[in-house]
Unconditional design. Structure first.
Length: 163
């Protein structure tokens, strides 16, 4: 059964068995009602972004079909993070984490609500998200910015290494 909406989820972790956590998180998402994982990218090792005094991250992107509206999908992502031991602290950004799930794209939607911005506001400037995004959706477009491949073409990628 094809679900009505397509979404892209960014996955990242840099604590514990980060690669194993991302693989398990993709499996958990695929088992949830209203979500079907269509494709998952390779895993990539990337240096920490924002706060560099922490271990490298493992990053990936999953392409989903979903019947969930964007807010419900975000709530699901936050619940899955919590299930993997992620505890968000207000005001803390870019720190180490057991699992980070970001709603990168939700079809062609542009959403700007408290706690929910789609496309992800930094997607167009983060090669660690764009490279795996292009693995699963080579023709992806970022609403308001254009083709994802054009966005990644102007970014440095020498520090992104496939596992």
């Amino acid at each position: 059964m094809t679900l009505p909406f397509q979404a892209c989820i960014g996955l990242g972790a840099n604590l514990g068995d980060a690669a194993g956590t991302l693989r398990r998180a993709i499996e958990v998402l695929d088992r949830r009602d209203g979500v079907a994982v269509r494709a998952a990218s390779r895993l990539y090792r990337t240096p920490a972004w924002g706060r560099e005094d922490q271990p490298d991250f493992i990053n990936a992107v999953a392409l989903l079909d979903t019947s969930l509206p964007p807010r419900a999908l975000l709530d699901l992502l936050l619940a899955v993070e919590a299930g993997f031991g992620r505890h968000r602290v207000d005001g803390e950004r870019w720190g180490p984490r057991t699992l980070d799930l970001d709603l990168l794209l939700y079809g062609n939607a542009v959403i700007d609500e408290p706690g929910l911005r789609v496309p992800h506001p930094h997607l167009h400037e983060r090669a660690f998200a764009l490279v795996p995004l292009l693995d699963v959706w080579p023709d992806a477009r970022i609403p308001g910015y254009g083709a994802a491949r054009d966005a990644v073409s102007v970014l440095g990628m020498s520090n992104i290494h496939p596992l």
